[in-house]
Design a protein around this ligand. Sequence first.
Ligand code: WTA
Length: 645
Amino acid sequence: MTDKIDHTSQDEAPVFPSAEFAASASLNAEQYQAMYDRSMQDPEGFWGDMAQELHWFSPWSRVLDWQEPHAQWFVGARTNIAYNALDRNVNAGLGNKRAIVWEGEDGEVRTYTYSELLEQVKRAANALLNLGVVKGDRVTLYLPMIPEAAIAMLACARIGAIHSVVFGGFSVSALADRIGNAQSKVLITADASYRRGALVPLKGNADEAAALAPVLEKMLVVCRADCNAPMVAGRDVYWHDALERASSEHEAEPLDSEHPLFVLYTSGSTGKPKGVVHSTGGYMVGTYLTTKTVFDLKDDDLFWCTADVGWVTGHSYIVYGPLLNGASVLMYEGAPNHPDWGRFWDMVQRHKVSVLYTAPTAIRGFMRAGDAFPNRYDLSSLRLLGSVGEPINPEAWRWYERVIGGGRCPVVDTWWQTETGSILLTTLPGAFPAKPGTAGLPMFGVDPAIVTREGDEVEDGQGGLLVIRKPWPSMLRTVYGDDARYAKTYWGEIAGVYFAGDGARKDSDGYITVMGRVDDVLNVSGHRLGTMEIESALVGHASVSEAAVVGRPDELKGEAVVAFVLLKDGHTVDAAELRRHVSKQIGALARPDAIYVADALPKTRSGKIMRRFLRQVAAGQEISGDTSTLEDPSVLERLAATEAQ
Ligand code: WTA
């Protein structure tokens, strides 16, 4: 538990939407209030009505069956999220509308209409069936940000295979762990991907991971680069060959509403990353409704969520939410600063992006690069801006609103998690003023509270723990293969409520400010990393005997990784070698920014590491607080005198 829950800070002045935006917004404050009140008083009636906007092959017998900690939504109904995202929209006359506009880092642009995307997804579904994939099988995806990633996800959903997308920046061993945990027989990858002009050898990593994950039987390989990767006979098949051979006729499988749609691994405070499991029906309704209302979607919008499909934001707001709404999405392969920091703004201008959804870490990067980049481009197509992934500091919020939004676009800060499936806290644009740095009000059906460890509500303005008191449709259903961990982590910490793991406070208007994790999870550039994962990677090095990892506030990344390591007797190792080792074990995103090679760690007499003191050392602060429980307080002085590498 960190000191994050003790924060109190001054409220920012509210920023009101322009009259022009408010006039065309799909929901005003009264409508929100009426819908929200109904969602609290009659959740089943409310969600039943919302779900009716989508297609169900057969109806539910009950909207909700809640046996804490297990919820079933739309009980017994049959549906298919890929059918709802594609066939339903084509049948409604959107066949020629753009579904995905994709831009490669090298400037290549490809566009898929809803009809074209549907055809590709049908072929991919048949290709998977031809490989022997059946309903309920897990399929791992290790892909760049290319349209095939969305096509593969939707193809899995179409046949009831459970996709597990692994971010392309994860290492061989992280990929192998995830394949092994999900017991995936099929991996979909690409020969390579482009990142800042360089080729990332995805297929090479996939081959190495396959050697570590014997469960894997087949690999589908998309050609993104030169199509030159070595192929293993009998195991590897090119995606384009498999799709060409496959039929373009396919009927979507009617799936039980609770059929698992995907597993997505995310870091927790203990143990290995956990496979968060989402269902079909509830996730579908949650992503559909939040995309529609939070982003105030209009028919001619071009919606750009800049996340990677390897994270939940990409799942919910590049693929499922927007396509369920029949929206046009922009998808981009590469880095935000390639060839320079003007890339995003050049793309906004060329493609006429109207809704942009990005992360505070990117915004701070743009801010640092200077106004000259965005000022060079015509950003007048933008009408709404969103932020997600970590707390946004008011300064970055204002810069985003002023320089990118030209003072005309509402900025919606959105709080949610891999586990929540869709946005739970935000302000609806047009309906409410935003408060810079504050996520905002609960979405429909979301019943948040700020409580103590014991579960008692704290007074407004006081810091506490963020919990959700009612189940919601898009909530995670379990942790893959470990339901006990699910029950304990999310519903077992504080009796009767969902524990988010975040510290937060609520102001007298009901706006909630989320301050950050209260557990041993770091948020580095909007990516979740468990300190334990990095520690076990470090102690896996032949020269390291013990390691402790903490976060340090970082202007650009939000948090930076700082490691304290003890070496085995007689061993020496340089920091560069340890960084390489962590990259190899997890991925470059987990590489420590600073490494302290120490002779001891501050421990209590019972042997518990006092991370609070390590955080102070990492941040270069004076050591403060009660050191009397330490076995050897002089450790702190020695640490404070140690140079970080
Ligand atoms: C943090 C990303 C403050 C939070 C969708 C949460 C935020 C974790 C916000 C989930 C926000 C996300 N304001 N903090 N608007 N959005 N977070 O699972 O600590 O990658 O618990 O999901 O990010 O990260 P995850």
